[in-house]
Design a protein around this ligand. Structure first.
Ligand code: GRF
Length: 210
């Protein structure tokens, strides 16, 4: 078991690429007093991300850093990490951020990057997880918040919530049911990680006093 690097403050940096409904859930949880945290910055790699509007409406600083402006993934990630560090972000939340993170990004924030995935990992990693689950014919799928490691969608699991699949579901109705649970568990998982009463053993995220 390694020594865990816990968040040193409650400053969040949220990375998005699109709609931003999970970002909105985090904003709403903070506003409602369910999550004691502050979103210092929302960074999008796309200027047209709807989530940028949500952030601005909530008075949160936004940055657009286009990955296309950089020669390599490492250089793009370096620019993002520099902006996060400049704002003393302690916990990075990926919320529909459609870029893989380089090892350098991950080692800048060891055990301090979270992601939300719309399936019960390790089932259906990667893109279009809701459609993958629907097409496979599983009767239960769900949502997962996990710590980001170098392996795609494979880091220690913080929280999961199961969602039933009904015979008359389309992949769209299923995705909508999963999304409702995503919005519940992401703020909750952030609270758990910020509160710091956890450790990692192997790949198990264990909640307990240090
Ligand atoms: C969500 O389904 C999330 O699980 C996945 O990307 C989608 C982002 O949606 N990683 P939104 O931008 O938060 O609305």
């Amino acid at each position: 078991m390694g020594r865990e690097v816990l968040p040193v403050n409650r400053n969040l940096g949220v990375l998005i690429s699109g709609r931003g409904s999970n970002l909105q859930a985090i904003i709403d949880a903070i506003a409602a007093g369910r999550l004691d945290a502050r979103i210092r910055v929302v960074i999008s790699n796309r200027a047209d991300a709807q989530g940028l509007v949500r952030a601005r409406d909530a008075g949160i600083e936004t940055l657009v850093i286009s990955h296309r402006a950089f020669a390599s993934r490492e250089m793009f990630d370096g620019a993002v990490v520099a902006e996060l560090a400049a704002r003393e972000v302690a916990l990075v939340c990926l919320a529909g951020f459609m870029r893989l993170l380089s090892p350098a990004f991950i080692s800048a924030y060891p055990n301090r990057i979270l992601n939300i995935h719309p399936a019960l990992l390790p089932a259906f990693p990667g893109l279009d997880a809701q459609h993958q689950a629907w097409e496979h014919g599983v009767k239960i799928t769900g949502a997962t918040v996990h710590i980001v490691t170098a392996d795609l969608d494979a880091g220690p699991i913080v929280l999961q919530k199961a969602v039933p699949v009904f015979d008359d579901d389309t992949s769209e109705t299923l995705a909508a049911r999963i999304l409702e649970e995503e919005h519940r568990i992401y703020p909750e998982a952030i609270r758990i990680v910020l509160d710091g009463e956890w450790r990692i053993e192997g790949r198990r995220f264990i909640r307990s006093p240090q």
